[in-house]
Design a protein around this ligand. Structure first.
Ligand SMILES: [Mg+2]
Length: 320
């Protein structure tokens, strides 16, 4: 079965792999793989970070690099409503690297896992021409929330605030020192594990974590659920400093936020009877906002609007 993913070179490649492997890889294309175990499921996912592609060592300290790499993987557990058990981290390390740097990086991995109730379970070390960090995460979930469950009539919601990680990134790229709150958004994202479990308990029909940007990730959810997502980008909750950073780069702040990757917030569909009292309870228990940004309809793809007018945007593609 061809995985139902949105457009992009990275996803075309995944489709080709799935076609070549056929029944040997029958269920690719969700945030986690699931293995039945003891009346529930093990949820497993993996995420690769490469120096110069996903991070620059000049911008962050090793603990921050480890935290980000682990959070990218833990976020996929959040996206299915799973509770983390632990992580395995494989490092490719250039020859001249001091051991202290490797240990500091693993401190960051352990901190990210510990922040959501997980431990470091193992890993591997190898010499490598370039720094790489591959983090595998393992969790458990009774009823996984997959990407394919959205139905016409559901509301589309997003946790937290968007655009902060991109604002921090653009600031680094421009050779600036980002203000502390933008550095924090880029260097120290949080996997929304507690929020994911809360949303799963309160009727979430489909979920995906925002790793490549809302514009691209919304298309994956639409493709998996075989529905259309209509999203008003003007409703996106913006992170601190996003407005100013977007203005600096002469971009609309909501479009800037919609194309920014690595915020690791959750995009979730909830039935139309999800009530406003639930929002208040979510915000109190999870400590972050929950915002309705659109509606699920019959059809296909993600229709993105700004002030009611159609806009065309693409997600971030590491293969580009
Ligand atoms: Mg994901």
């Amino acid at each position: 079965v061809t995985p139902r993913l949105g457009s992009g070179l990275e996803f075309d490649t995944i489709r080709r792999i799935a076609e070549a492997l056929g029944s040997r890889a029958p269920d690719l294309g969700d945030d986690c793989a699931f293995i039945e175990s003891g009346g529930e499921f093990m949820a497993i996912s993996t995420d690769l970070s490469v120096d110069g592609v996903h991070f620059q060592r000049a911008w962050l300290n090793p603990a921050e690099i480890g935290w980000r790499a682990a959070t990218a993987a833990l976020s996929d557990l959040a996206a299915v409503g799973a509770r983390p058990i632990g992580v395995l981290a494989s490092l490719g390390v250039p020859g001249e690297t001091a051991n202290d740097y490797v240990v500091a990086l693993m401190e960051g991995v352990a901190a990210a896992a510990g922040a959501v109730g997980g431990k470091v379970l193992g890993g591997d070390l190898s010499r490598s021409p370039v720094w790489t960090i591959d983090v595998t995460v393992i969790g458990r979930v009774a009823v996984p929330i997959r990407r394919g469950g959205a139905a016409a009539g559901d509301g589309i919601w997003v946790t937290g605030r968007l655009g902060g990680a991109r604002a921090g990134l653009e600031s680094f790229r421009a050779g600036q020192t980002p203000p502390p709150y933008l550095r924090e958004a880029f260097a120290h994202p949080e996997a929304r594990v507690q929020a994911g479990q809360w949303l799963a308990r309160h009727g979430a029909t489909a979920m995906i974590d925002l790793s490549d940007g809302l514009a691209g990730d919304a298309r994956h959810l639409a493709a998996a659920s075989q529905v259309a997502l209509e999203i008003e980008l003007g409703r996106l909750p913006l992170g601190l400093g996003v407005q100013e950073t977007a203005a600096h780069f002469q971009e609309d702040p909501h479009l800037f936020a919609a194309t920014g990757g690595e915020d690791y917030e959750l995009l979730v569909t909830l039935p139309s009877d999800f009530e406003i009292e639930h929002v208040t309870r979510f915000e109190r228990e999870a400590g972050i906002p929950l915002t309705c940004i659109g509606a699920v309809m019959a059809g296909e793809g993600a229709r993105l609007l700004l002030g009611g007018h159609d806009v065309t945007l693409s997600g971030f593609d590491h293969f580009r």
